[in-house]
Design a protein around this ligand. Structure first.
Ligand code: SF4
Ligand code: SF4
Length: 168
């Protein structure tokens, strides 16, 4: 096992005062540069103006549909199994279509527990769940408001994004 080597600090570092003053100097420098407009800092007038979200950013989930507008999810539970936060709840039912075994009657995601790791998306074998909505501003007054149910998730397709997935 590697031995822990204790870092040696000089007198002024052990006194902390000089280090604290150095920190204040840096912070103060940034403050006055922006206050006196010597440097232009990029800001966004949120919520009217939103920061551009990069492609591939893991935001709020959405459940995809088939071309016939039925839900793609087959309630296989792979996403719920892969989820490290255990925040996906699925209740499966028999699908009337004999070619598809099951479908979810309940599909809840508790966003208060979600860590936005994207493992549910990775685990899904049929592109039934995506996190590409770019919706990152989530607010609510009660815990219940953060549980996204199947109705919400199947309609959570931002403008310009197709709800249909043509994955095999
Ligand atoms: S993003 Fe991660 S934590 Fe959130 S529901 Fe998916 S697997 Fe669970
Ligand atoms: S979203 Fe995908 S992984 Fe999760 S239950 Fe549905 S089909 Fe399975």
């Amino acid at each position: 096992m590697p031995r822990l080597v204790k870092k040696k600090y000089g007198f002024w570092q052990r006194l902390y005062l000089l280090e604290a003053l150095k920190g204040l100097w840096v912070t103060g420098g940034h403050f006055f540069k922006h206050f006196l407009r010597l440097k232009k800092i990029e800001t966004f007038e949120y919520p009217e103006e939103r920061k551009p979200i990069p492609e591939g950013y893991r935001a709020e989930h959405r459940l995809m549909l088939r071309p016939d507008t039925t839900i793609r999810c087959t309630a296989c539970m792979l996403c719920a199994t892969a989820c490290p936060a255990e925040c996906i709840e699925i209740v499966a039912a028999e699908n009337p279509d004999p070619k598809i075994e099951k479908y979810p009657t309940v599909y809840n995601i508790n966003l208060l527990r979600c860590v936005f790791c994207g493992l549910c998306v990775e685990a899904c074998p049929c592109d039934a769940i995506r996190m590409d909505t770019k919706q990152i501003d989530m607010a609510g007054f009660t815990r219940g408001e953060f549980i996204r149910d199947i109705d919400y998730l199947t309609q959570n397709h931002p403008e310009g994004m197709s709800p249909i997935s043509i994955a095999p």
